[in-house]
Design a protein around this ligand. Sequence first.
Ligand code: SF4
Length: 395
Amino acid sequence: MIEFDVEKIHIPLKQHVGGPCQAIVNVGDHVKRGQLVAVPAGLGANIHASLSGVVEEITEMDIVVKLDKEQTDDYVRLEKTDDYLQKIKDAGIVGVGGAGFPTGIKFSTQIPGGYLIANAAECEPILGHNVKFMEEQPEVLVRGMKYIMELTGAKEGYIAIKTKYRKALLALGKACKDEPNISIKILPNMYPAGDERVIVRETLGVILQPGQLPLEANAIISNVETIKHVVNAIEEDKPLIDKDLTVGGRVQNPSIFLDVPIGLPISVFIERAGGYINPHGEIVRGGPFTGRPAKEDEPINKTTGGLLVAMPYPQEKEKVGILICECGAQEERLRQIADGMGAEVVSVQMCKRMKPDKNGRLRCELPGICPGQAEKVLKMKKDGAKAVIAGTCQD
Ligand code: SF4
């Protein structure tokens, strides 16, 4: 287990799509690593203690556990059952790539004759934990895909990956050489290659409209780390208590950590990565395109993939325009960045490919096939902008 020097952890009660879970333990209870501590009140997924200790406090947002001095990698096993879907639900697995949708619900959908696609795009720059997992344990991904294909009735399994991950590609090629129904599909080296509609377009040749799900193409897409947790649940009776993580940016030793306990504070991982390079700016939880600012004492959760330390904001006290892309930073985040720079936002534009879907949400018509943005930049200039802060992924 990773070394850490903290006395307590905060286990968040909301680590998924849906409302917070309800705690089923009480203050003063001793909980063991792997023990079920909270259950969904509606849409959601079970939550287990990731380390052992005594429950010190329960709030609306989290369970605070004062840690035992001795911790081990061992954990309380899930109940035995041959029902794999039940095992996935019991384990509290959600889409750990960021979506947080309960995996037990996703894989209860039947797609006879359809496609299971493992999202191996490792889409956000700097992040590398999915690639490391595939390099080191490709056979785990293949086994997981076979379980999920059995559950959903999918006839073909595709691993969608970029050619730049050469070592992982070679490892995966070996791992699926005797699997007639599992093969590798190449994604373009661009952001947002991991967008579900891009993956469907590049692997199946089907163009999904904004708001349409992969199911319209008889496909289910799952992030590779999520599939790893499915294997852990089915083969090892292990609940989702550990997480893979990339720590990068302005730290001394950018690092990838596999299987670290959920609930540990961000500061532990900055320290394990050698500490900050000074001067440094904010910590970003997630990737450079879609990440959010975070604080050192916040816990990592089921959907935390990256902890990136930024450079200090340049102080450009210009009038700026912000340019929004559906797959990149949104208006709120771009305004935060402008604020950090001390810049005044005088114009807000969005990529012309963003159109409202049937629910009125603005979606990109053709993710990754990006137009020039000259027209938008000229509009900003007319509005008085002297510089542009762009959340777009191309151009
Ligand atoms: S087309 Fe526009 S909205 Fe879509 S991914 Fe490209 S820049 Fe973003």
